[in-house]
Ligand binder design. Sequence first.
Ligand code: G4P
Length: 529
Amino acid sequence: MSLSFEQEVARRRTFAIISHPDAGKTTITEQILWHGGVIREAGQVKGKAGAKKAVSDWMTLEQQRGVSITSSVLQFDFRGLRVNLLDTPGHKDFGEDTYRTLIAADCAAMLIDAAKGVEAQTRKLYEVCRRRRMSIFTFANKMDREGKDPLALIDDVENTLGIRCYPVTWPLGMGDRFRGLYHRLEKRVYLYTKGEDEPEIHEVSGWEDDKISGLIGEALADLLKEEMALLEGVIGDFTSEEFLAGEVSPMTFGSAKHNWGIDLFLNLFADHAPKPGPRRLAGGGEVLPTDKAFTGFVFKIQANMDRKHRDRVAFLRICSGRFERGMKIKHVRLGRELRLAYANQFMAQERETVDEAYAGDIVGITDTGYFTIGDSVTTGKDVQFEPIPRFSPEIFGRLSIKDPLKRKQMQKGLQQLAEEGTIQLLYEAHLGKQDPIIGAVGELQFDVLLFRLNDEYGLDAKLERLPFTVARWPVTAEQRSAKDAIKGGAKVVVDDFERPVVLVEREWDLNWLKKENPDLEFLIAAPPL
Ligand code: G4P
C-alpha cells in the first residue's frame, strides 16, 4: 500500500551519533545497521587483517589513521520508520563538521564509554545540542568492561553537561559480572549471553520483584534494589515533552561489541525520536516539513569520494516537500534554475539513485561547482535557511609547491577544500587571490589538506606554519564589516567575500586591539553578507 505524502514525512527520523573517538561509534553503527537489516553480519565491514574499515569510512587517510573524518549518511527502515543516520567524525579537530551535521539532524545520540565517562570532546558536543535545544539520547557503552558506577556516570553527565538524565535501562552488574539489563519502563529483565544475538526476556512486577534474584543472583538483585531506591528518590517520570525540548536525556546501557542493549536503544529511539520539525528561515518565519514546495539546504560538500568517479557531491537536507529525480529547483543565492538530475543516497560504498525523498531525508547531489555550504534551494518562493556559522580558525599556514607549473592545480585544490569547509582561505590585499593564508580549526585538517593535495591533485605541497592563533572579523556598531584602517598594528587580511579579518598571535594582542579600537567589535565568526 502506498503511503500519502504526510505519512511519508511522518515516518522520517533523522539523527546523528556523536561521541569521543574510541567510544565505539563505528561498532554501534554496525550493530544498528544489522538490526536495520542493512548488513547481514555485524563486523563484516571491518577490513581484513585487523585494519579498521567501517561502512562509512571512505577516504584512504581515514583508513590509514582509523579515524572517521567525513560524515556520511546511512539510511534504513526500522519498525515502519525510515531512519537517516548521519555519521560524524569523532576527532576534536573536526568539531565543525560535526556541528554542521547536527544542524542537518533532528536529534542526536551521544555515545559514552562507561569507563571514561564524559570526555572533553563529548562535553563540547552536548553544549552544541543544548544550545539548539536538540533532543539527545545517551548510550553508555562497554558495560562488558569494568567501568564507572552507573550512578556516578549519571552524576557525571548531569553535572558536567547540565542536562538531566533519565535511565530507561539499568545494568545488572558490569564487566565479567554483567548479566543483563533491567528495563524500567517495560518492567522487564533482559539477560544476555556472549555470542548470542537474542536476549532472554523476563516480565517482572518491578525492580523489587523477588523473581529477579533467581535470575541474576542475590548479590546483583540486592545491588539493583539499592540503586533503584536511590534513583527513584531523585528522578521523576519520563516525559516526552521534556525530552523533545532537550531538557532530559533518556539513557540506556549496553555493549556495542556484544550487541547488548542495542535493540532496546533502537526501540526507545523508534518510540520517542522526533519526526522532522519546522525549520527556521534567516529573515524570520519557518518552513513546515509538510509544506508542498520542495526546500532544502546544503550542509556538506565532499569531492572525490569515489576515485573512479572523480566527482563532487553536495549533501542536501530536505526541509519540506517532495524530492523527485530530475526536478527543477531554484538555487536561491545564485538566483538560477538547476535540474537535479543526479541524486544519490548512500549506503556504505554503494550509492543508490534516489527517485523520491521527503523532509528529513538527505540526498547527495552531483555538483559541478554551484553549491557551497549553507545554500538553500526551493521550488516555491525564495527561502534562505538560517546560516551555518563557521568556526574561527586557530592555526594558520602558507603553502608552497615544488613545481611552479602546478600553481593552477594548487589553487583548484585549495578552492575545493575551502568549499568543503576543511580550511578557510584568507588573502592579503596586495597579493590578490595569489598565495592565500590558510586557516584551520585543528591540526588534523592540515594533515588532510596536505594528504589530499598530494593524493588527489598530484602536488608535492609543503606547509609553512604562521604564528597566528586568533582570527576575528572586525565590525562596526551596525555589524557592518569595518573597512577603515584598524589601529594597533594587527595583520589585516580579507576572506573570500572581501570582509576584513584580523590575525593576531595571542589573545592578549586581541585585547590590545579592542582597547585601541573601542568603536569596533571583533567577531569570532564572519558577519552575514
Ligand atoms: P569509534 O568509532 O568511536 O572510534 O570506536 P570503535 O567502534 O572503533 O571502537 C573502538 C574500540 O572499542 C574497538 O576496539 C572496539 O572493538 C571497542 N569496543 C566498541 N564497543 C565495545 C564494547 O561494547 N565493549 C568493549 N569491550 N569494547 C568495545 P579496537 O581494539 O580498536 O578494535 P577491535 O580489535 O576490537 O576491532
